[in-house]
Design a binder for this molecule. Structure first.
Ligand code: ADP
Ligand code: ASP
Ligand code: MG
Length: 595
């Protein structure tokens, strides 16, 4: 018999009428011959209301009590949904996270799933019940209640679908699918028929709140197809699967995180190991750092900038302050009025000029880019918060995301095609069952024969990045990584990029022309560098990956010149002579996580 997991988000169970409607959907699926597991979120804005209550009681509530409190929201809704099912004549049993055997680690408010015992659910299903499981919550080894993080019911649903071997995982929500960007922010956004795990993972992590990014890690590892659809209409929705909508379109979606903060640690001694100390202190608090930029040092000191979600700023500053003396840094600055605007696409690595197109679009919208980082499937920019809406609109327009690509494949076509091929390869058989959400690495590799070019004193005004990368593109130079960093001194920034070693001379010529044209301070090249890449799933949310990378490289006395992180890869640019040694250390350090 086939099994379906149906997840209902907060708006889909916001009142008793909606709860009945959700119950009817489950009953319909059961009548169609499926076993049904429902995963339910807290009603409406209940989680927010609980958070506000806690805030009224104290400034800094104990994390354990916070999870105890927040988990009650889901407990209310599962009971009501089960009652509605009974009332409609179905057999149903509601279960809390603990009762479905959802074992997690003990990091309150960000707990990671370790294992799920399926016996009880399977027994109940076999007796003809609809099982109604509470989303978002689990228990640790000492039976403390934990929660998975905001939006975590998606992860409960996909994880259950994975371990139960469900045929489908349906996510019922208040939009009728995944769009090229949040349709509430941009009316032109287009619903996608299909989006790949990789793109969805990256978009979710960069702000597309429609799916909890960790749910996509599960889906990818276990090959679970996810169907995102509306609770309130019967429209088709979006399939999240291994395949992409288009094989050619460089960008599939755009996302914004409105509430980011930039932190700069000033005057960090430019010797191996210093960045590691800073990032370890932050990672210990399970805060995901993004857009890490280390300005190539002057006078033996470097400024290290990075972004964190704004609601983590206080904790981040405390973490940095706890190590600042040991690091020997001079101080910290921050800006909490910034937003991150990103584009994501699986095909962008194969194409030139994607970055300059994005920068040109931002320049034309008058948006000043403060920081840039790129990775193989995404480009992120940090912009002033007041310009973020215009920035999102501009990039959506520049990549014509409102238009269906000419080679777009529908889910229907992909499914027909799949029938002829072997099934999509899931990684599941190689994962341990007691470490469901642990770090999964698929490879550690090195790209040799790279060179770096850095421009110093890049003026802080719109249009400079666009002009630079258009000029470089016109010279026929293929740029790989781009990193633009905030420069504490005079508001200017520095921009580094990597190219093929053979292109270094040509790139430097172009860089010097750009320097003269825009009155920049200097342009310098560095040859004999290599890029070390750690690939896997969910690398940004596993906050210790970047720390371990820094740790290993600094232990081997290797300085990291540039770094970029995404959910799929962490890249570090280092001295090529030391690459072999670096890779060796990394393979040993990550041995447990490498498939
Ligand atoms: P639920 O409570 O059902 O989990 P969420 O509020 O978490 O619902 O997620 C649905 C919301 O996600 C939509 O209302 C929409 O505003 C937002 N969203 C953000 N990015 C996207 C996107 N790319 N496609 C669709 N919705 C998006
Ligand atoms: N109720 C939780 C939240 O609001 C979990 C969820 O809805 O996914 O974040
Ligand atoms: Mg959600």
């Amino acid at each position: 018999m086939s099994l379906i997991v149906q997840k209902f988000g907060g708006t889909s169970v916001a009142d008793t009428e909606k709860i009945r409607a959700a119950a009817r959907k489950a009953i319909r699926a059961q009548r169609d011959g499926h076993q049904v597991v429902m995963v339910v979120s807290a009603m409406g804005k209940n989680t927010d209301i609980l958070l506000e209550l806690a805030e009224q009681i104290c400034d800094n509530p104990p994390a354990r009590e916070m999870d105890m409190l927040l988990s009650t929201g889901e407990q209310v809704s599962v009971a009501l949904v089960a009652m509605a099912l009974h009332d409609l004549g179905a057999k149903a049993v509601s279960l809390t996270g603990g009762q479905i055997g959802m074992k997690t680690d003990n990091s309150y408010s960000k707990a990671r799933i370790q294992s799920i015992s399926t016996n009880r659910i399977e027994g109940l299903l076999n007796e003809g019940n609809i099982v109604v499981a509470a989303g978002f919550q689990g228990i640790d080894d000492d039976l403390n209640i934990t929660t998975l993080g905001r939006g975590g019911s998606d992860t409960t649903a996909v994880a259950l679908a994975a371990v139960l071997g469900a045929d489908a995982c349906e996510i019922y929500t208040d939009v009728d699918g995944v769009y090229t960007t949040d349709p509430r922010l941009l009316a032109e956004a287009r619903r996608l028929d299909v989006i790949s795990y990789d793109e969805m993972l990256e978009l979710a992590s960069l702000g597309a709140g429609v799916m909890h990014s960790r749910s996509i890690e599960f889906a990818k590892k276990f090959g679970v197809p996810i169907h995102v659809r509306s609770s309130f209409s019967d429209s088709e929705g979006t399939m999240i699967v291994a395949e992409s909508e288009s094989e050619t379109q460089p960008v599939s979606g755009a996302a914004m995180t409105p509430d980011e903060a930039r932190v700069t640690v000033l005057g960090v001694p430019d010797v191996p190991g210093k960045s590691r100390q800073i990032f370890a202190a932050i990672a210990d608090r399970k805060i995901a750092v993004d857009m890490v930029v280390q300005n190539v040092g002057t006078k033996g000191h470097a400024d290290v900038s990075f972004t964190v979600p704004r609601n983590e700023l206080k904790t981040t500053i405390r973490a940095v302050e706890s190590v600042i003396d040991a690091v020997g840094a001079e101080g910290i600055t921050h800006d909490d009025q910034v937003s991150k605007v990103s584009v994501v696409g699986r095909n962008m690595a194969k194409q030139t000029s994607v970055a300059s197109r994005m920068f040109r679009a931002l320049a034309e919208a008058g948006v000043n880019i403060q920081m840039i980082t790129t990775s193989e499937i995404k480009i992120s920019t940090l912009v002033p918060k007041s310009e973020a809406g215009a920035a999102l609109r501009a990039v959506h327009e520049a990549f014509a995301l409102h238009k269906t690509p000419s080679d777009a494949q529908s889910w229907h076509q992909i499914k027909a095609e799949r029938g002829k091929k072997a099934d999509v390869d899931a990684l599941v058989s190689r994962l341990r069952d007691d470490a469901l959400e642990s770090l999964t690495l698929t490879g550690i590799s090195v790209t040799e024969n790279q060179a770096r070019v850095t421009l110093y004193g890049v003026p802080d005004r719109p249009g400079i990045a666009a002009d630079m990368f258009e000029t470089i593109g016109k010279a026929g130079i293929f740029v790989d990584m781009i990193v633009q960093g905030y420069d504490g001194e005079d508001g200017s920034t520095s921009v580094s990029f990597t190219v093929d070693a053979d292109d270094l001379e040509k790139s430097l010529d172009v860089a010097l022309k750009i320097r003269d044209k825009h009155g920049m301070r200097d342009a310098q090249g560095g040859s004999n560098i290599a890029k070390v890449t750690v690939s896997g799933i969910g690398l940004r949310s596993h906050t210790h990956v970047a720390t371990m990378l820094f740790q290993q490289l600094s232990a081997a006395n290797i300085n990291v010149e540039m770094i970029s992180t995404s959910e799929l890869q962490v890249n570090a640019v280092i001295d090529a002579n030391k690459a072999e040694k670096g890779i060796e250390g990394l393979r040993q350090a990550f041995a447990d996580s490498l498939l």
